[in-house]
Design a protein around this ligand. Structure first.
Ligand code: PLP
Length: 456
């Protein structure tokens, strides 16, 4: 019950979309997504699509959950907002913090809330600086992150991000503060080396960079357990725990950005310890924490980090950081219900069952000459498109290779995410094995069609 033309006009004239494509403005108007249920979304023309990207790596428990709507509305009716600054609190924020502390590994027991992944990362960097200040090491400020890593859109998070396009013109803060090392890209970076040799190379590069910057100046390393937006890059075995060892050697903190990899996407609540063998000092959560129903981010600190920042030596003992919406009761209620649903429905087991099927079934895409690599883990799948399999060269940006595949998939009712020469798939965790096959079969057809277009 709305006028398409009125929405398109309002959209065109007033709504600056995230990643707005100003250069290719669509005269016919944006696609209006009006409904969503389970693993599907519907647009305003009534067309239905299998949502192969869970909204944007976030709608883990699926769309249209009445239980979350009820939890949210009953919290709104009870107490929709009062600030938890200083000495007041609210029930959902406190109970969720306890729940997160019990689900996370090691001593990750202390939760600082924000509004999403970017603000959670920003908060982490402030906490790291605060921590070393407290320890009497105010020079320890520099952060090392990775090329192709994605950490968000606030000024600091965009600089942590190692994707060049997100930083053009925005590097004023990051220049001296943030330094990038190689992505752990076993497909391209390995260069014929064994995984072990490649891992040695990456760890070595990291250590050399710390020494070059001066260990007294370097505070932390931040990494996604599996790079998401960078193209679902899975590091060689042992990489994360070895990088963490190096952090310990130079008195640095390891920040695991699990915005995508937590809450079941890899068949675990959190992947750092369960799959990658180490417990980070700081854990970053967002997206799946509320399944995308309400914005929420969390920066979780180990006992050791918390002990230091809670010592009353600095600024009269007050930790001067807080968002109006830190610990928002409605968002925390949505998170508690999301976690409950995941437990009630044994969602981790489900992902451990369907995830390997998606990965195995997707290998058939390697039959295409323009597919260089198919990789991932559980419900994170990445596909690299190449113009030349031998030298692994991608298509020129002007051919919009992955967009061509995306368009055809969409025509056939499946949404995937195109990123340059890469395609990523990250569906709601509740999908069936048949849904996995549908996504891959539609991709298979789209890649066949794209091969013709791209090679002509
Ligand atoms: N970190 C990772 C790994 C992400 O994938 C994202 C978003 O895609 C972010 C941080 C930023 O989160 P948000 O967009 O909620 O600020």
């Amino acid at each position: 019950n709305f006028e398409h033309a009125a929405v398109w006009e309002a959209d065109r004239d007033h709504f600056i979309h995230p990643y707005a494509d100003f250069a290719n403005f669509k005269a016919e108007g944006s696609q209006i997504i009006t409904e969503a249920n389970g693993v599907h979304i519907l647009d305003s023309t009534g067309r239905k699509y299998l949502d192969g990207i869970a909204g944007l790596w976030c709608v883990n428990v699926g769309h249209g959950r009445e239980e979350i709507a009820n939890a949210v509305s009953s919290q709104i009716m009870k107490m929709q907002y009062y600030n938890p600054f200083g000495h007041s609190t609210n029930v959902p924020a406190a109970i969720l913090a306890r729940e997160l502390a019990s689900l996370t590994p090691g001593t990750l027991n202390h939760v600082f809330y924000s509004t999403g992944g970017s603000t959670a990362n920003d908060a982490a960097i402030r906490i790291v600086h605060y921590y070393f200040n407290q320890l009497g090491k105010p020079n320890k400020k520099k952060i090392i992150s990775r090329i192709d890593g994605y950490h968000g859109a606030t000024y600091v998070a965009a600089n942590l991000t190692g994707i060049h396009a997100t930083k053009i013109g925005f590097d004023a803060i990051g220049r001296d503060l943030i330094h990038h090392v190689s992505a752990a890209d076993t497909y391209r970076g390995g260069d014929g080396r064994s995984d072990e040799e490649y891992c040695d190379f990456l760890v070595d590069e990291f250590e050399r960079r710390i020494l070059q910057l001066g260990p007294d100046n370097v505070a932390a390393f931040i990494a996604e357990p599996i790079m998401g937006a960078g193209g679902v890059l899975v590091a060689p075995q042992g990489y994360h725990s070895r990088m963490h060892q190096i952090c310990k050697k130079y008195d640095m903190l390891y920040i695991a950005d699990e915005v995508v990899t937590a809450f079941g996407r890899l068949g675990e609540w959190f992947s750092s310890e369960a799959l990658f063998g180490h417990v980070p000092d700081i854990l970053i959560l967002a997206k799946g924490i509320t399944s995308g129903y309400i914005p929420l981010g969390a920066t979780i600190l180990s006992d050791a980090v918390h002990d230091v920042i809670s010592q009353p030596q600095c600024v009269d003992g007050v930790f001067t950081m807080g968002f109006t919406y830190s610990g928002h009761p409605v968002a925390c209620a949505a998170a508690l219900e999301t976690i409950d649903i995941m437990k009630r429905e044994n969602m981790l087991d489900h992902v451990r069952n369907v995830g390997p099927h998606l990965q195995a079934y997707a290998k058939k895409l390697l039959r295409h000459e323009i597919v260089g690599d198919v990789r991932g883990s559980h419900l994170m799948l990445g596909i690299d498109l190449v113009s030349n399999r031998q030298n692994k060269e991608g298509f020129p940006a002007s051919s919009h290779a992955a967009d061509v595949v995306f368009a055809r998939c969409k025509e056939n009712g499946v949404i995937i995410r195109p990123i340059g020469n890469r395609i990523v798939v990250s569906p709601p965790l509740i999908l069936s094995k048949t849904d996995c096959e549908t996504i891959v079969d539609v991709l298979d057809d789209a890649i066949s069609a794209a091969t013709q277009t791209l090679q002509n």
